[in-house]
Design a protein around this ligand. Structure first.
Ligand SMILES: [Zn+2]
Length: 508
């Protein structure tokens, strides 16, 4: 059994002014896919998370070996950081290399795609749909295609018609990327071996949700995922999956969705009933999706709460400018409020500003510099902030193409981590590279939404500040142009009941 492995994984926020180009991707080709950690990132090694068991395999090669399948690794391009719309030429180069690789791979029994689900491409819209359309044009309709997704993806009906199996992360914050790929690959191998032609039943649920309102350790997502797991175990059903969606992307097909995949045609009527059941359950909960953490309505309120806290360290997420949702990440508003309030001991992680970082590196550790900081990429929500501070630490990474340099500048009581490119601080080590130990400081402001697993586990207290920006957690404040209406919560009062929206779901 020979299975090709390929994919383009990226989360693109089309309202962001920073386009995504080839240098924003890390690309693995051929055997590199089997060796790298990209597909089996080890967090948290072997541990269970929510409704998900720990990964069964240590590597992709181990898994393929156990399945008795020969991997045919083609190419995987992974966005280094979420950002704006992917330039068409960048996408086409990656796509065409995948198609060429598949065409030159010889006899194949299946294809497993590694996707995110929010690959928005200039002039093309859904990159995942275009990719699967191009693959079908190259290989025909008989070859089975499975795919692995992040749950923050938006799928189209065409994708659902052209793909046989897809599996979706069941944790947010994400801890189950390897398990999700494991499911996509195992189900594919099962269908190839058994001669099954799966039938996905896709239901689009007309709602958009920020990931922060749909974390998976709490209800309603926790119960919805338990229902999906239960449905997936029923006879004749391969799996049931839920996509929360990526509501910040302003696309006609942005929405939540569910899929229930029948093992074969005879099981379709049952799969249809279960897909409608799962979609209805999600819709019924639409008003109950809420933040699983403490919330502050502004930067000032968050800072005041943290200053009054009994905890030794409080993490605050500046959620309106969250680069992990694709924003530029250089709005200095939060920094200006920390300085204005004379906060004695804080870290601001971080501000991407190449010019300012260069000035710090040129001045050297111990020098005092005056800078015009941030507000250069995001001119909609940010304006440059004039600061004077002491250069405390300089970090030059070994792999400069994949990791930014960091200058740590102390402005009053605030240590600002200035990077020479867009990035985000999601692990304790990211801070250590900048010469700071985050847990030893009173306030740590991060440009994130929810904290990533390692920070979430380490933070004594976590506050989500509902600041303004391209990743505003209040969708009703964003100027959508392309979204299909009505959609909750932009439209509050409209009747809806589940409708199967893909042709394959009717047995066509
Ligand atoms: Zn995600």
């Amino acid at each position: 059994m020979r299975i090709a492995i390929a994919g383009i994984s990226h989360e693109a926020l089309n309202t962001s002014p920073v386009p995504t180009t080839l240098e924003h991707f890390q690309v693995w080709r051929g055997r590199e896919l089997l060796q790298g950690e990209s597909l089996f990132s080890p967090y948290p090694a072997g541990a269970a998370a929510g409704a998900v068991d720990g990964p069964k395999y240590a590597s992709l090669a181990d898994m393929m070996n156990d399945l008795g399948a020969e991997p045919v690794p083609i190419l995987h391009a992974n966005g280094l950081s979420p950002s704006g719309t992917v330039e068409q030429d960048t996408y086409l180069r990656l796509r065409d290399e995948i198609i060429d690789g598949i065409q030159q791979a010889g006899q194949l029994d299946g294809i497993c795609l590694i996707l995110h689900g929010a690959l928005l491409v200039e002039h093309i819209w859904s990159g995942e749909t275009d990719l699967v359309r191009s693959i079908r044009a190259a290989v025909g309709n008989d070859l089975l295609i499975s795919a692995r997704f992040d749950l923050h993806g938006n799928l189209t009906e065409e994708f659902a018609n052209k793909t046989d199996i897809w599996t979706v992360y069941r944790t947010a914050p994400h801890r189950d990327a390897p398990q999700t790929l494991e499911r996509a690959m195992t189900l594919l191998a099962h269908c190839i071996r058994g001669g099954h032609r799966p039938r996905p039943v896709f239901v689009r649920v007309p709602m958009i949700l920020p990931g922060e309102r749909a974390t998976t350790d709490v209800d309603p997502m926790k119960s919805l995922l338990e229902l999906a797991v239960e449905i997936g175990r029923q006879p004749g059903i391969l799996t049931a999956e839920i996509l929360v969606g990526f509501g910040w992307a302003d696309a006609p097909y942005s929405s939540s969705s569910v899929v229930v995949i029948a093992e074969s045609e005879p099981h379709l009527p049952h799969a249809r009933r279960q897909a409608k059941r799962l979609a209805q359950a999600m819709w019924d909960q639409r008003r109950n999706f809420t933040f699983d953490q403490e919330v502050a309505s502004s930067a000032d309120e968050a800072i005041d709460l943290a200053l009054a806290a009994s905890e030794s360290c409080v993490f605050i997420a500046d959620s309106g400018d969250n680069p992990t949702a694709g924003t530029p990440g250089d709005v200095p508003h939060f920094l200006s409020r920390l300085i204005a309030k004379s906060v004695p001991d804080a870290i601001l992680a971080g501000i991407p500003d190449g010019e300012a970082a260069r000035a710090c590196f040129e001045a050297g550790v111990g020098a005092t510099v005056s800078l015009s900081l941030g507000g250069k990429l995001d001119t909609e929500y940010g304006t440059p902030l004039e600061v004077t501070g002491l250069v405390e630490h300089l970090y030059q990474p070994e792999q400069a193409a994949q990791e930014p340099a960091i200058a740590t500048l102390k402005v009053g009581g605030v240590r600002v981590l200035i990077t020479d490119g867009r990035t985000y601080f999601s692990s304790l080590n990211d801070f250590r590279e900048a010469g700071v130990e985050p847990l030893e400081h009173g306030i740590v402001v991060v440009k994130l939404g929810y904290l990533m697993p390692e920070l979430r586990d380490a933070a004594p207290r976590e506050i989500l500040a509902l600041t303004r920006g391209y990743s505003d957690l209040d969708f009703t404040r964003l100027p959508y142009r392309y979204l299909t209406r009505p959609i909750f919560p932009l439209d509050e009062e409209f009747a809806w009941s589940p409708v199967i929206t893909n042709v394959a779901g009717y047995g066509g």
